[in-house]
Design a binder for this molecule. Structure first.
Ligand code: IMP
Ligand code: MG
Length: 189
């Protein structure tokens, strides 16, 4: 049934165990991250690389919180794996349109789980001779801490639960949910 207005957690109440972060909390966190990023990249020419498709919302809001010129480009990668676990074998579905040699690259992602996808991506982009490569992620799960990958900007560390909303999907749904919540087991079982 069509309801006017945006998709907030009230629309998918029974699909969520709890709301982890509200729209307001997410925006405040991105402001905070943008503040640090702006200071770190002052006088540098910043190229933000979003990882499709999950990072679309983070990119849109983080970029608009930055009070400086920047460029945006996108990559789409697929990591082979069984359903919800990535294997670290990554394939490029859409490469950058930009030559990043000599550029300051900031990879923008919504969540790091095992960290396998991003560690592959960092290696791949580093081989193209950029001036620097850093990572900004809104969320990080515990397993990522065991990987040799150091995101410079992390919004929140979260428990090892499956979360949806704000770009994060389950079977391509819930990306347009404005909050981030933990998916109820009855949805995926
Ligand atoms: P990894 O860090 O290589 O394991 O993969 C990270 C990717 O897995 C993210 O970019 C998401 O697309 C997906 N992912 C991991 N955890 C979640 C989650 O809790 N909800 C939705 N997608 C997730
Ligand atoms: Mg992603």
């Amino acid at each position: 049934m069509w309801q006017s207005g945006a998709m907030d957690s009230a629309h998918v109440d029974s699909d969520l165990v709890n709301i982890l972060f509200t729209e307001e909390q997410i925006q405040a966190k991105l402001q905070e991250m943008a503040h640090t990023i702006a200071a770190d990249y002052e006088g540098k020419d910043l190229l933000m690389v979003g990882v499709l498709r999950g990072a679309v919302m983070v990119m849109a809001d983080l970029a608009r919180s930055l009070p400086c010129h920047l460029e945006m480009d996108w990559m789409a990668v697929s990591s082979y794996g069984s359903g919800t676990k990535s294997s670290g074998v990554v394939r490029i579905l859409k490469d950058l349109d930009t030559d990043i040699s000599g550029r300051h690259v900031l990879i923008v992602d919504e969540i790091i789980d095992t960290g396998l996808t991003l560690s592959w991506l960092v290696n791949n982009l580093s081989s193209r001779k950029p001036a620097s490569v850093e990572i900004a992620t809104l969320l990080r799960k515990p397993e990522a801490l065991a990987m040799p990958i150091e995101p410079k900007y992390v919004g929140w560390d979260i428990p090892n639960e499956f979360v949806v909303g704000y770009g994060l999907d389950f079977k391509e749904r819930y990306r347009n949910l404005r909050d981030i919540g933990t998916l109820a087991p009855h949805v995926y079982s």
